[in-house]
Design a protein. Sequence first.
Length: 115
Amino acid sequence: QVQLVESGGGLVQPGGSLRLSCAASGSIFSMLAMAWYRQGPGEQRELVASIAPDGGTNYADSVKGRFTISRDNLKKTVYLQMASLKPEDTDVYYCNAAYSGINYWGKGTLVTVSS
């Protein structure tokens, strides 16, 4: 069983930066594929960025060059560094972990980009 707890969301002005964190429980963190998703009201949840156990990363086109995903296996934490934020980045951001065909989700953290 893996539990995920996100933190770091909040209100930021356009052009600003924010770092999200996702702390995981359990002993298999280094074997988990981790990802950040986001979802707005009435919208489908979309993949923002992912990071494989070997450190390989993947990004949605809309965030390439602005967001960076990373992981710290000792701290069992995955991060999403967000820069040059835009109002359209406003969403609830969810942490996801996948292992052996099972997906785990955090409860989400709200990011609001507004002046």
